[in-house]
Structure formats: C-alpha cells, structure tokens
Design a protein around this ligand. Structure first.
Ligand code: G16
Length: 544
C-alpha cells in the first residue's frame, strides 16, 4: 500500500482544472497553463510503470515538440527507448481525469491490484525538457509526482526528445550484451559522430553549405554542442537559433512549417548552390529542401528520406552478401502516393501503412529485420532486429567490396538512433548517404516526382466526433461525411484525400493529392469546406 496522506498533500498542490485530458499521438499536449495536474500525475504513472517493470528506467520528456510556444506536454518513454505501451496510455488518460484526490487514490489502487504491481519494488525515472519557459514549473509538478511513490529520479536538464529516448535505452541496457551506449549527452554525441566519420571516411565532402534551421528550439544549442565531436567531417551553418525569445519557437520556421507551407523558413534567402534542412522544436523531425536553378522550392520530406535510406540499405545488404536480411518500409496515409509507388516498384520493398504516430510505425517496423519508418512530416528512423545486427556483426568478407559494405552497415546501425525518430541522427544518415554517393539534393530528388499535395488544418468545435478506420484513411463518424468526401474525390484526376483529427493540436487535418497543383488545392479546400460545414461544427476561420 502507499501513504494516502502524502498523495493528498501533494495532489492538493496540483488541482485538476475543469478539462478532459487524453493521451494523444505523442503524449498529453495542450496549453501549458492546463497541464500542471496532468504532469504531476504523469509522474505517478511513470513511477508505477517502472515498478511494474522491476525498476527499469522510464523516461519523461516535457515538450510540445512542433506546437506553438504557449503549448507544452509530456511524452512517456518505455525501457528500450520506445513510446509508452498503448494499454498504459489508457491508464495515464484515466488517471489524468480523476476529479478528486479520493478518485486518484482509488485509481492507483486499481492499477496496483489489476496490474499486479509490487509497490516494494524500486522505481527509476529520468526526465528532460525542451526550451519552453513553462518547462520549469512543469518539471516541479513532475517531481512532486515522483514523490508519491518514491521514485528515484535523474534530471537531464534541457535536451532534445531523442536524446532522452537514447538515455533511457542506455540506462536499461548498461552492462548487458545489448548495451546501447553511454547514458549521457556526450556519450550520444560521441557515438553518432564516431559512426558518421566511418561513413564518410575517404570521400570528398560536398562543396555546398548545409544550412540548418533549428526552429528556434532546443536543437540549436544541442547541435552546436555536437559540432566539436564531428570535427571537420561536417560543415554546418545553423540558423533560427534564438531560444531566448520564446515566442519565436517553431514560428515561421522549423520542419512542420516547411513541410506544411511547402516553402523555406520565413526570411531565409535560398540559393541553388546550398542544401537546407529543418528540425522541429524538440529535434525529432527533419526535412531537407533546396532551390532549383530557377529558384523553385523543392522539398525532400520524410518520404524522400525513407526512400534514400531504404535504397542505400538494400544495396549495402546485397553488397555485403547477406541478402537473407529482410528490409521493409512503414508509412502513414500522409505518404505521397509517388513515394509508395517508388518503394514498391523500383526498390521492390514491402510497404505497410499504419495510423499516424511514431509509436505505430515503430512497432510495425520491428516486424522486419531492418525496418525503415518515416512519416511524411520527417519523423522517423530505422530499426535493426537483434538477428539482423548479429548477421551484420558476424558477416565475413570475401572481397574488398564486401568488406566495405559490412563496415558501412555496422556504422549505419550506430549512427541511427534506433529508439525513435531523431533529427540529429537522421541528418547524419542523409549526409552520409549523399557523401557516399557524391549526390546533390537534386540527384536525390530524382528518385521520383511527388504528386502535388496539400495539408490543411480545420478548426472545429469538437474534434473528438471524427472517428477513422483503415489506418486513418476512412471516416466512420460523423456518419455520411466519408460518402460526401468520396463523391468529391471522384471528380479529381488522381485524387486522394482523407480527414483525421489531430492528436497534438486542436484541429482536424485534411490531406489531398491530385494530378496538378491547382486541382490539389481545389480538392483540399473543397474537402476542408465540407468538414467545416458538417453539422455546423466549424468554429474557427473558414479554410481558404
Ligand atoms: C507528433 C508525433 C508524430 C505525428 C505528429 C502529428 O510529432 O510524434 O508521430 O506525426 O505529432 O500528429 P497529429 O497529426 O496527430 O497532430 P511531434 O514532432 O509533434 O512530437
């Protein structure tokens, strides 16, 4: 049992506001001023999870990633660095919605008894936060949550989300055959930089400059911190690195802006000689882009990164003579139709489609020996199964070409953050492949041509009325809306569109693809208008 007076005293410091909470696509996320009680209780959930798993270290990351500066949130991290298991998301949601201290105590008791949690077991948690000013107070709430059931906690300070995921895995695998690395940010920099140097060894470096937009978020100081580890293996010019003026976070910059607006960060003058990349606010997403000779903006999003990574890995696996290692790619409904076609027809890899959220992609990717997963928004990574790693590490070379392929595969498995999508690690992966191939972004882009596409946000009164099936490609509620969407889509050449509620923002997202730019825009705005009008739910500005 546990000390209820202690719980009550701590819980009184973090009263629940009159709001219903839900663990969304990537944890709880909303206006920071509503989050105090949620974060306090997330601390309790993390403690219980650790006790349930025999004292394994659980991670808590305070961030709202790509969202605007006034938002914040928390993502919970399971022992191997992956997102919290689905059934526990439901426990976190229920706990966050307990109205009184009595209900909260009762729910903790319910979890302890139904999940068979031994409260005498130790609990260990590690936490970090991004640069948002609301982070400090929320960290204090989280720490109070740890006090309820006496969790031993480690504060990693201001770090990127993937660095926390990395540290969790390192802590849980230390001293085992699966040891993942040093559980510190320096350990992380060293591991990635050392692997990167192997990947580019002996290859001439690009004469163009890599201009890196850090969305005025935590990626800026942290990437700067990694540069000395990379030495002269990579030249980068960092822009949008103002973390002092917090209003600038993700504002007119960053991966989400670039992907959804299909243009470079505001105020960035692009030229056709250089290559450009953007992180999001907590550095777990990456997109690349460049300007064509005529100045046209060209986006290399998560789909393009997945294609590049899959192509490179497939060729290395062949060259290393370990063809028995299966490679697969996981996408979501947002994947550009042309990318899926390229993967299936040109690379001959199996492609699966799952609902939005890296947690879904990660699990599906683990079904392959090497699973490449990326959301179109630039969130993704590559996972290697234990047996694939064993094959890669025990493979014997019978030719110099084979030796090179094996060496590169080993380094790839080290440069890639296998716990979660990681903008730093993905950037090094892309740079390594471009350097190996001596490719410009333009050559990379030639793998396939994206179908014109458009993503629109619609503000509605209640996004919870939108229910989807079939990896979010079809709406089942509100009844009748999908039929209306289908009827419109049919009128457009190569038309495809779907509607789903966001799990991180208070909006409904509309995605559309069609044969031409103008048809795509028309399709997107007609569907958005439909959603806006449906049952008079539109509460924000009419989408234009
Ligand atoms: C989070 C998730 C991503 C997801 C994105 C948007 O990203 O980790 O998997 O694609 O939200 O989700 P939704 O469309 O449900 O709002 P981040 O970078 O914000 O943590």
């Amino acid at each position: 049992t546990f000390n209820v007076d202690n719980l009550n005293a701590l819980s009184d410091l973090h009263p629940k506001p009159d709001t219903t909470f839900a663990y969304g696509t990537a944890g709880f996320r909303m206006k920071a001023n509503l989050l105090d009680s949620v974060i306090f209780r997330a601390g309790i959930v993390a403690t219980l999870r650790s006790k349930k798993l025999d004292g394994k270290v659980i991670g808590c990351m305070i961030t709202a990633s790509h969202n605007a500066a006034p938002d914040n949130g928390v993502k919970l991290v399971d022992p191997m660095g992956e997102m919290l298991e689905g059934s526990w998301e439901a426990h976190a949601t229920t706990m966050s919605n307990c109205e009184t201290n009595e209900q909260l105590a009762a729910y903790i008791h319910t979890m302890v008894s139904t999940l068979n949690i031994d409260l005498t077991k130790p609990a260990r948690v590690v936490f970090g936060r991004d640069t948002r000013p609301s982070g400090d107070a929320l960290v204090a709430a989280l720490k109070d949550g740890f006090k309820v059931l006496d969790a031993e906690s480690t504060d990693m300070g201001i770090i990127t989300t993937p660095q926390l995921h990395y540290a969790v895995r390192c802590l849980n695998t230390q001293g085992t055959p699966e040891a993942y690395g040093e559980p510190t940010v320096e350990g992380y920099y060293k591991k990635l930089a050392d692997a990167f140097k192997v990947l580019v060894e002996g290859k001439p470096r690009s004469s163009s400059t890599l201009i890196l937009d850090c969305a005025n978020g935590v990626g800026a100081p942290k990437f700067q911190e990694m540069l000395p580890f990379l030495g002269d293996s990579l030249a980068v010019k960092i822009v949008n690195d103002d973390i002092v003026d917090d209003t600038k976070l993700n504002l007119n910059s960053g991966a989400d802006y670039v992907k959804t607006q299909q243009r470079g960060p505001l105020g960035l003058k692009m030229n056709s000689q250089d290559r450009y990349a953007s992180f999001d606010g907590d550095a777990d997403r990456l997109v690349y882009y460049y300007a064509d000779e005529d100045g046209t903006f060209k986006l290399l999003d998560g789909d393009k990164i997945a294609g590049l990574a899959a192509m490179f890995i497939i060729e290395l696996v062949k060259a290393a003579g370990i063809d028995n290692v299966s490679v697969g790619v996981v996408q979501t409904a947002y994947a550009n139709g042309a990318s899926t076609q390229y993967l299936r027809s040109n690379l001959n890899v199996p492609v699966s489609c799952v609902p939005t959220g890296v947690k879904h992609l990660h699990h599906e990717a683990m079904k392959y020996d090497v699973g490449v997963y990326f959301e179109a928004n630039g969130h993704g990574t590559v996972v290697f199964s234990p047996s694939a790693l064993k094959t890669i590490y025990t493979a014997e070379e019978s030719s110099p070409a084979q030796a090179v392929a094996i060496r590169l595969l080993r380094a790839l498995s080290e440069v890639i953050n296998q716990t979660v999508g990681d903008a730093f690690s993905d950037l090094l992966l892309v740079e390594a492949i471009l350097t190996q191939r001596q490719w410009t972004p333009k050559i990379w882009d030639q793998a396939y041509t994206d179908l014109p596409n458009r993503l629109v946000k619609v503000v509605v009164q209640d996004r919870s009325i939108f229910k989807t099936v079939d990896a979010e490609r079809k709406l089942v509620e509100p009844v009748g809306l999908q039929d209306a969407i289908d009827a419109i889509v049919l009128k457009f050449r190569g038309g495809r569109s779907f509607v789903r509620p966001s799990g991180t923002e208070d909006v409904v997202r509309v995605y559309a693809e069609a044969a031409t730019r103008s048809e795509t825009d028309e399709l997107a705005y007609r569907i958005a208008g439909l959603v806006f009008n449906f049952n008079s739910n539109g509460s924000g500005p009419r989408p234009r």
